[in-house]
Design a protein around this ligand. Structure first.
Ligand code: PEP
Ligand code: MG
Length: 538
């Protein structure tokens, strides 16, 4: 059987198919007669969930250290909380309902109670209660908590994947993503590119494909289920050819990003966390042009502390050994939602409360991040960059917070490096006033993903609009030209860190515009280098 889809990243994957079980699936209320047996079922699930958490704790302890592993200990303790356990068992016996429903209701009640508290720490426990409740429901309903069972790498098939779910997957075990929904420009698609794995969206599959053999053809947008021996043979050959191409690209390592007529350009990598640095280095990135710091928040169950962030930023700076690392401050909101922020539901989240708007409102969160960035700057070459800027005033307000942070660090005798300040140009407003903004900062990095969304009035999350999402639109190219000219006139260097930066059809155009830097997914660096080396800048 062959299913069609839309490719978000090329390549070929061959392996077993695994359906992703969303943790918050709908729980039905059913009547039970034997409430004692239902309570025993709940008790058994509680034990099993604790065993899973212990295993997760031990795994995390080895991989990410004690501080990050502690959350799994906390979850084990929460499963023993008397109020929680009593609420579930009382509901089962008094209302004669199934354990799944009693757990879901208790989880919601407790989460609402925590969310209403004033204390930030207690507020954040809401997400934990939801998490343990989901885990129990998964066990009760016979699904493993989390995405996958077994150890073998799989083709992961899901209805849709939120960025917060994607970052938590065990990446070494995902050969490819296939989703029913989602758009080419979503962050999940961007993550697939960062991970260098083929990915398809818009695939209409049925649940009976779970466990079958599959082939994902990320070039042609095809998903083969139960392929024949001939098809397997054909795709194994294609995979080998792909590897050969990769090997040829490897020969470009160590070579300069220089055009045929001698113009050089910086070629950096976009990363989402410490785990992506290895692939940036393997692909010979000249620096990190965009560290999407919000992924640290998405991976976490609660606000990452200054120390946790400092450790992450410092590790990246040290591993990049003096090469530039541009940390973008928190860009939460829109499709990147985190429960513990307690943000209201919005009619139009992409146009809503996100990024710098939240940071300037909740300065304690912003300052914690900036302190971590500045402290880490002592260990490498770090730049800071603010997302979703629309006005000069926002930039000044953000810089004032930076000044406060520097004054605090000075007073505490904590050293920090020389940190360049930049902004993302990703709203039409910022593009139109780029002459004024250039006077405020050291550099611009153009976020073409959002700039396209806002300029063409196209929600980048809406798959129906994918065909209208055209970053080659003359409006975008004119804006880019204008941003580069205004940036240079104001003494800023100008880069592109949106996905368009990796579009080799435009590499020559960017060089002619005078773009100084391109920051792309690690997997795209050598392909763009190849293009630069075959291009002319005038
Ligand atoms: C962009 O908007 O182009 C960008 C790089 O930021 P993000 O994709 O994370 O919104
Ligand atoms: Mg953006």
């Amino acid at each position: 059987m062959v299913l069609e889809g839309k490719s978000v990243f090329g390549g070929i994957a061959i392996g077993p198919i695994s359906l992703y079980h969303r943790q918050d699936h709908v729980v039905k209320r059913t009547k039970v007669e034997d409430t004692a047996a239902e309570i025993s079922r709940f008790e058994a699930a509680r034990e099993k969930a604790k065993e899973q958490l212990q295993a997760l704790y031990e795994k995390a302890l080895k991989e990410v250290g004690e501080t990050n592993a502690m959350i799994f200990e906390v979850h084990q303790m929460m499963l023993d909380d008397l109020d929680y356990v009593e609420s579930v068992t009382n509901m089962i016996s008094s209302q004669k309902i199934n354990a799944e429903y009693a757990v879901a209701t208790t989880g919601d009640n407790f989460a609402n109670m925590f969310a209403a508290m004033d204390d930030e720490y207690m507020k954040a426990r809401a997400a934990d209660v939801k998490d343990i409740s989901n885990r129990l429901i998964m066990v009760l309903s016979g699904h493993e908590a989390g995405a996958m069972t077994g150890e073998e790498p799989v083709i992961l098939v899901a209805d849709d994947l939120a960025p917060s779910e994607t970052v938590q997957l065990d990446k070494s075990r995902v050969l490819s993503f296939v989703t029913r929904h989602g758009s080419t420009n979503s962050h999940t698609a961007i993550l697939a590119r960062t991970m260098n794995i083929p990915a398809l969206i818009g695939v209409d599959y049925s649940d009976d494909i779970d466990g079958k053999m599959g082939i994902v053809d990320g070039y042609k947008g095809r998903f083969l289920i139960d392929p024949s021996e001939e098809e397997l043979e054909e795709y194994r050959k294609a995979q080998e050819q792909d590897r050969e191409k990769q090997r040829l690209l490897q020969e470009l390592k160590g070579k300069e990003n220089v055009t045929l007529d001698g113009k050089k350009i910086n070629l950096y990598a976009n990363i989402g966390g410490v785990g992506d640095v290895a692939s940036a280095l393997q692909n010979d990135a000249g620096g990190i042009g965009l560290f999407r710091s919000e992924f640290l928040y998405l991976e976490s169950e609660t606000f990452p502390t200054e120390e946790e962030q400092f450790n992450a930023y410092r590790t990246v700076a040290e591993n990049m050994a003096g090469k530039k690392v541009i940390i973008r401050t928190l860009d939460i909101g829109a499709d990147k939602q985190v429960d513990y922020f307690g943000l209201d539901k919005e009619e139009n989240p992409a146009m809503g409360y996100r990024a710098i708007r939240i940071c300037l409102d909740r300065k304690n969160i912003f300052k914690t991040q900036l302190r971590a960035v500045y402290r880490a700057s002592y260990y490498g070459t770090i730049s800071v960059m603010f997302p979703m800027i629309t006005s000069v005033e926002e930039v000044r307000e953000a810089k004032a917070v930076v000044d406060e942070v520097k004054a605090e660090l000075d007073a505490e005798g904590i050293p920090y490096g020389d940190v360049e300040t930049g902004i993302m140009i990703e709203t039409p407003a910022a593009a139109m006033i780029s002459d004024l903004l250039a006077k405020e900062v050291d550099f611009f990095s153009v976020g073409t993903n959002d700039l396209t969304q806002y300029t063409l009035a196209i929600d980048r999350q809406n798959p129906k609009l994918d065909r209208f999402y055209n970053p080659h639109h003359e409006a975008i190219l004119r804006m880019l030209r204008m941003i580069v000219e205004n940036g240079h006139a104001g003494g800023c260097w100008v880069g592109i860190c949106g996905e368009l930066g990796a579009d080799t059809e435009l590499t020559e155009t960017f060089l002619r515009m005078g773009v100084d830097e391109l920051s792309v997914s690690p997997s795209m660096i050598l392909r763009v280098r190849e293009k630069i080396r075959n291009s002319r800048s005038c």
